[in-house]
Design a protein around this ligand. Structure first.
Ligand code: GLU
Length: 276
């Protein structure tokens, strides 16, 4: 009996090791310039955020982050059809970069000191702020101070979820894996509100006009960066050059108008790249 048990545990450990290897655990982070020289880039984006990063039913990708990702690739000498897009949910972004599963991430990814311990950031290429999404007929929730006792959905591994946990402990925070899952929970009444960046919420509000609305003023500053390997200084410099070129050429504004612009979100001030 005892022997059987230890054999079972041994087999279990061996199986776990195989799974860990298959998942790419322990692989090294990539270098943006080497990948670009090889003519291929793997870019992490969101798949479920309308106006920002969206996988369309026909398999194509659209949104402001997708346009930024393509512009940067083009500046690095890689045409759009040589980009492989990969889904980068909020909680997995650092790991995808650290394990070398993507070259860079353009996924409503806020630059923070905690994340900078693990990855590098070019940018910012956009500045947003945390806000709230509620049902159109909701008059009770007007800002973060009116959330006490309410069920609030946000996404695991995101700065808005962390901010609520830190500063508004009386809110019933319900962490999901994606914002689209939060929006479904809001629509079917399982939660009272969804919180994340205003630009993301504006995209969902535009998807359900007359049903959902963004309320209150933004209550944080979210500087969107392009995440890449922590020590890839050369890649960071090149991506910063590309962002500056995108802004100064007018391509940044044009991309905004063609994507996020449809939601009615106003064109913000141009971002200034931070070369740390
Ligand atoms: N910008 C925030 C973050 O990076 C929220 C949006 C998101 O989760 O993608 O955590």
């Amino acid at each position: 009996m005892r022997i059987n048990r230890s054999i079972r545990i041994g087999v279990g450990i061996a199986a776990l090791a195989i799974v860990a290897t298959a998942c790419g655990g322990g692989e090294e982070a990539r270098s943006v310039s080497s990948s670009a020289e090889n003519g291929n880039l793997i870019v992490g984006i969101k798949y479920d955020q309308p106006g920002l990063g969206l996988r369309n039913p026909d398999g194509s990708f659209s949104g402001f982050d997708v346009e930024v990702a393509k512009y940067v690739a083009d500046q690095l000498g890689v045409p759009a059809d040589k980009i492989e897009f990969k889904e980068a949910p909020s909680a997995q972004r650092e790991t995808l970069i650290q394990n070398g599963e993507v070259d860079y991430v353009v996924a409503t990814y806020s630059i923070t000191d905690a994340r900078k311990e693990k990855v590098g950031f070019a940018g910012p290429y956009f500045v947003a702020g945390q806000s709230l999404l509620v049902k159109e007929d909701n008059t009770e929730i007007t800002g973060p101070d009116s959330l006490t006792g309410k069920k609030l959905c946000s996404v695991t591994g995101s700065t808005p979820a962390q901010n609520i946990a830190d500063k508004y402990p009386d809110v019933q925070l319900q962490p999901f894996d994606t914002y689209s899952a939060c929006v479904e929970a809001l629509r079917n009444g399982a939660v009272d509100a969804v919180t994340t960046d205003d630009i993301i919420l504006a995209g969902y509000a535009a998807q359900y006009p007359g049903e959902l609305k963004v309320v209150g003023e933004p209550f944080t500053t979210e500087n969107y960066g392009i995440g890449l390997a922590k020590d890839d200084t050369d890649g960071r410099n090149k991506i910063n050059d590309a962002i500056e070129e995108m802004v100064s050429s007018g391509a940044w504004e044009a991309a905004f108008n063609e994507t996020v612009g449809a939601s009615g979100y106003p064109l913000p001030a141009e971002p200034t790249v931070d070369r740390y």
